[in-house]
Write a protein that binds this ligand. Sequence first.
Ligand code: PLP
Length: 385
Amino acid sequence: MRAIYLDNNATTSVAPQVYEAMKPFLTEEYGNPSSMHTFGGKIKKNIDSARASVANLIGANDVNEIIFTSCGTESDNTAIIGTLRSYPDKKHIITTKVEHPAVLSLCKYLETQGYRLTYLDVNTDGLLDLNELKSAIGYDTAIISIMHANNETGVLFPIDEIAEIARLRGVVFHTDAVQSTGKINLDMKKIPVDLLSLSGHKLHASKGVAALYVRKGTRFSPFLIGGHQEQGRRGGTENVASIVGLGVACELAKKNMNEEIMRVKNLRDKLEGGIVEKISNVRVNGHKEKRLPNTTNIGFEFIEGESILLKLDEKGIAASSGSACTSGSLMPSHVLRAMGIPFTFIQGSIRFSLSRYNREEDIDYTLEHLPAIIKLLRSISPYSK
Ligand code: PLP
């Protein structure tokens, strides 16, 4: 059976070059980078070079603006908690209703700890009203945390405009760029973001490694308090092999970025266009242009997303019915609900997310099998007309 992976927003395969680069650090190069001896010193150089590659991918001014962490969730938690610790008198946080649970669940928790939260709305295209953001900012706003690309729909928020609004009002701005880093161009020299989260396993590095960008001059307190690693900004012995791999993954992403954006976008558009043409009662969820080039979220009316996924899986096609973290919960997507998508479409919404390893044959194969799957499921659905 064919194996077609169209779930790259959940996680990506480790690039072969990343794997090769990691291997020595899982075998003979086992030193602790904090050690004084040669074993350790060699390792430290490799971490420094990975840091430079991450900084280069996102256009950071200074390599020391990159802190390695264990996952995107840790980067998000560090950005928010670290800022709150730096501004103990400020008790207001602004975020959106469509953030990943790495931000949203933390914000819900912070509400129980005396913080006041503003959750900004989105419209049916998944876009924000920046006037709503401007009027939400108050004298005690400690941080604005707004994602760059939505993991479920791929919709992009204008982080350049948001960063400018935050800068003018003197509020720290964090963006969760876990889904956009490596997929589209990011330039911290042009966008005055203060804090930015990225995660290795979304860009063909391994799981368990990520980074937080902290602009020079941003007030920062560590989240993981421990040793002096990462210049005292994140305790814990470094995950050396994965950090080295992340460096290589960033170099690969930077190389041919513009060509890859076009190639992947063409495949995504072919898939989306084919589905809309061949299948009735479907809707594309999210703004058509302002979104990642690799993602399409499509609602198939009157059927359950889980049944579609199971039938796709029987054909060797992997997709997703929401974010990997919420899809197990059977709760309809909080993102699509916030967008006001009709319930008959929400329950049958599927996310297809591509990567540089997808080929046209994958799209042809999916388009060959999906219409029959939908037809079959609709024929047995009690909701179908
Ligand atoms: N933020 C976004 C937008 C994500 O899509 C994810 C993962 O799906 C995360 C944060 C969490 O990243 P990690 O899985 O590395 O903790």
